[in-house]
Design a protein around this ligand. Structure first.
Ligand SMILES: Cc1ncc(C[n+]2csc(CCOP(=O)(O)OP(=O)(O)O)c2C)c(N)n1
Ligand SMILES: CC(=O)[C@@H](O)[C@H](O)COP(=O)(O)O
Ligand SMILES: [Mg+2]
Length: 585
């Protein structure tokens, strides 16, 4: 047997020169390559390990990049990146200045479509197939989508459309029966029945006019290759159902698929996680949310919890474990999650709808039309607000203040620390007359002793944190920590305005009358965000003070650690200190 096949392969063209019998060895080498690098550099692991054979087979059979290949979400595309010219830079994956953790058009001609958010692949690939037809081009269009992502509404919109076209579209359903957390819903049950052969006659995919084949073993290279060769000759929309194991090839990753979705650092030989000491560290905001909702829900039976497919990430899992009948994982279905919450609120329940800030973008009309317009008191908990770090541009939660602030009826609050998060959750469940959005970041807070007695927060009230002269700094949310450190020793005032809406106008009037220069600080884009709200206030009241708005600039911020990215946009302690010091010179 030939040794070190991967070492000689940099492109799919070179891959296609291999003898098919050597491909299992290549699969083994590719797996080891991924494991070795992700073990130290971190990133998504299980999904890429599960599609190693599929990745090789697709590039072996199809003429990529002429044939167009789209990876849904894209967190499983590490093997694809390595086989398409990025092996030597793969160690820079997700790091500042390095390659992206997701497919990206600007990064490679093999990345036919940028992804990161799920369930876009069928629509995008169908669009490409229709474009090829109109342009008279003869090529293949392949979407690879997981069992959790295909259950999303957008995927069904794509399938529904594709089924009445003659588009040359191949959808490969990579069914490993898990998303990040175990897949949920009736479709999961349906797919299980298909696998058991009890659903042969009423095939949903066939009913949508697709040529359905499978299910086949997605780790059997010969089987996949021969099926892909056959499908290449079939006209119209086709769906190949393959069964794989998430984490395939690393024992621990196969066993604990949730943990090894993105495990952090681990031992590449044993697979054991490298434990970080969490002693004496403040809690994650997610865990504060998770424990607090359980505490509150035990006292208030109207409280329900909702997550679209992120129970572990959001820590709603704590409530799902303790109060399973009142906590709902609805799958990758942000739009449904929001309107479901609206329905519940219309009947007197108090839904805490926890959605990552970036994923809530998908449910924008539902927030306006179903929640705010009817003034239903849904409690939105927007996790991962601000710069999230290595997931990069697709995942930063830096738009929410802008996209929410223009919506009537909606209260928008950003806690400065864990206690504020607990207290606003406590306040919200006491009963609000409006919906509220509470935004907080990924990761740890600042307060070790965070389980303190609850106190009610007055809606629309900001607070002064430090008294100074001339310069007033107005911050919102957890960026207050950087501001506090940056102003140590400086004669400036610092206010935590807390509510982007409604603004504390009385406090603002007093600030504008006592300070010449005002600086706003937020970890949201400056366009339309908190600073813009202050500028609107200034315009309405005709203040002549000098105003400076600091935040994320009007461009997409790439990947890197959250600290590096904050520094990049001038929101780190040093950058803020420099700006403030210059202003009081
Ligand atoms: C719109 C959206 N919601 C949620 C997520 C978070 N997310 C990323 S991967 C994933 C699970 C995907 O599961 P599946 O499609 O089965 O792929 P697998 O990881 O099993 O390969 C989720 C929920 C996302 N990327 N996009
Ligand atoms: C691919 C994807 O969308 C998720 O896996 C995301 O990376 C999770 O982010 P957190 O690690 O912040 O939960
Ligand atoms: Mg899956």
């Amino acid at each position: 047997m030939q040794n070190n096949l991967l070492g000689h392969i940099n492109t799919p063209k070179e891959l296609r020169l291999l003898n098919q019998k050597d491909l299992p060895q290549l699969a083994q080498e590719l797996r080891e390559f991924i494991i070795n690098i992700v073990a130290t550099k971190e990133g998504h692991l299980g999904a890429s390990l599960g599609v190693v054979e599929l990745t090789i087979a697709i590039h072996y059979v199809f003429d990529t990049p002429t044939d167009l290949l789209i990876w849904d979400v894209g967190h499983q595309a590490y093997g694809h990146k390595i086989l398409t010219g990025r092996k030597d830079v793969f160690h820079t994956n997700r790091q500042l200045g390095g390659i992206s953790g997701f497919p990206k058009r600007g990064e490679s001609e093999f990345d036919a479509f940028g992804t990161g958010h799920s369930s876009t692949s069928i629509s995008a690939t169908l669009g490409m197939a229709i474009a090829s037809k109109l342009k008279g081009e003869d090529k293949q269009h392949i979407a690879v989508i997981g069992d959790a992502s295909i259950a999303s509404g957008m995927s069904f919109e794509g399938l529904n459309h594709a089924g009445v076209t003659d588009a040359n579209l191949l959808v490969i359903l990579n069914d490993n029966a898990i998303g990040i957390d175990p897949s949920v819903g009736a479709l999961k049950q349906y797919l299980t029945n298909v696998k058991k052969g009890t659903q042969r006659r009423n095939n949903i995919i066939k009913a949508l006019n697709f040529d359905y084949s499978g299910p086949i073993d997605g780790h059997d290279l010969d089987k996949i290759i021969s099926e892909l060769e056959r499908l290449k000759t079939v006209k119209g929309p086709k769906l190949l159902h393959i069964i794989t194991t998430k984490g395939k090839g690393l024992k621990q990753a196969e066993k604990d698929q949730v943990k090894y979705h993105a495990p952090g650092k681990f031992d590449s030989v044993t697979g054991e996680l490298i434990a970080k000491s969490t002693l004496e560290l403040p809690p994650k905001y997610q865990d504060v949310f998770g424990h607090t909702i359980v505490e509150l829900a035990k006292q208030n039976e109207k409280i329900v919890g909702i997550t679209p497919a992120m129970p572990t990430g959001s820590s709603l899992k704590f409530m799902m474990d303790e109060l399973p009948e009142r906590a709902f994982d609805v799958g990758i279905a942000e739009q449904h999650a929001v309107t479901l919450a609206a329905g519940m609120a219309s009947q007197g329940l108090i839904p805490f709808c926890n959605i990552y800030s970036t994923f809530l973008q998908r449910a924008y009309d539902q927030i306006i039309h179903d929640v705010a317009l009817q003034n239903l008191p849904v409690v939105f908990c927007l996790d991962r607000a601000g710069l999230v770090g290595q997931d990069g541009a697709t995942h930063h939660g830096v738009f929410d203040l802008s996209y929410l602030r223009c919506i009537p009826n909606l209260i928008i609050f950003a806690p400065r620390n864990e206690l504020e998060l607990r207290n606003i959750m406590y306040t919200a469940q006491l009963g609000l007359k409006h919906p509220i959005a509470i935004r907080y970041p990924r990761g740890r807070g600042v307060t070790l002793d965070w389980r303190q007695p609850y106190s009610k927060i007055e809606i629309g009230k900001g607070i002064q944190l430090k008294e100074g002269e001339r310069l007033a700094i107005l911050s919102i949310g957890t960026i207050a920590k950087n501001v506090s450190e940056a102003i140590e020793g400086l004669p400036v005032s610092h206010y935590d305005i807390r509510f982007a809406k409604p603004l504390d106008e009385a406090l603002l009037h007093s600030i504008f009358k006592t300070h010449e220069t005002i600086v706003t600080v937020e970890d949201n884009v400056v366009a339309g965000g908190f600073g813009s709200a202050i500028l609107e206030f200034v315009g309405i009241h005709n203040y002549k003070n000098t105003i400076k708005t600091l935040g994320v600039p009007d461009s997409f911020v790439e990947h890197g650690s959250a600290e590096e990215l904050q520094a990049l946009v001038g929101l780190d302690v040093e950058g803020l200190n420099q700006t403030f010091s210059d202003l009081i010179k």
